[in-house]
Design a protein around this ligand. Structure first.
Ligand SMILES: [Zn+2]
Length: 148
């Protein structure tokens, strides 16, 4: 059911929303820590890879760095993976292959001040590089590629 607002109610609603937005903008302006975003797509059925690669392409279009970790049963072939692999830095792919030959997963995240793969401390400098750097950063202890 639709409720028709009169001018007074409409103006009151706009003022309330403007005040709410001002509060949210102030909260966002106070935030100082820059963090990455991890999105996990799970479940049965189709669309998980398509959704993930769609988000990845959006971030690439905005000049952001991305990492894709995909758990695949068997010899599953993904056209999206092939397309992204074609644009990936050959040096990065080679590094990943070298690490993946002896470490699984080859890419891991940060767990606070620690590598989530080997649980050893990661220096402030390395953590900053993971969050803001343009290249890949490896854990000094286990060599895994660190993702934000
Ligand atoms: Zn490590």
């Amino acid at each position: 059911m639709t409720k028709i607002l009169n001018d007074t109610e409409g103006e009151r609603h706009r003022a309330k929303m403007a005040k709410r937005k001002a509060v949210q903008d102030a909260e966002v302006a106070e935030k100082k820590i820059e963090k990455g975003l991890l999105i996990v797509h799970t479940g049965a059925g189709k669309g998980k890879s398509t959704a993930a690669f769609g988000l990845a392409l959006r971030m690439l279009g905005r000049g952001k760095r991305i990492g894709v970790v995909q758990f695949i049963k068997g010899a599953w072939h993904s056209a999206e993976r092939d397309a992204l692999r074609a644009d990936a830095d050959p040096g990065d792919l080679s590094l990943y292959a070298r690490i993946a030959a002896h470490r699984r997963p080859a890419v891991t995240g940060l767990a606070g001040e620690f590598c989530a793969g080997c649980h050893m401390p990661v220096s402030n400098e390395e953590r900053r590089a993971v969050r803001t750097g343009t290249g890949l950063t490896q854990c000094a202890n286990c060599d895994r590629i660190l993702a934000p």
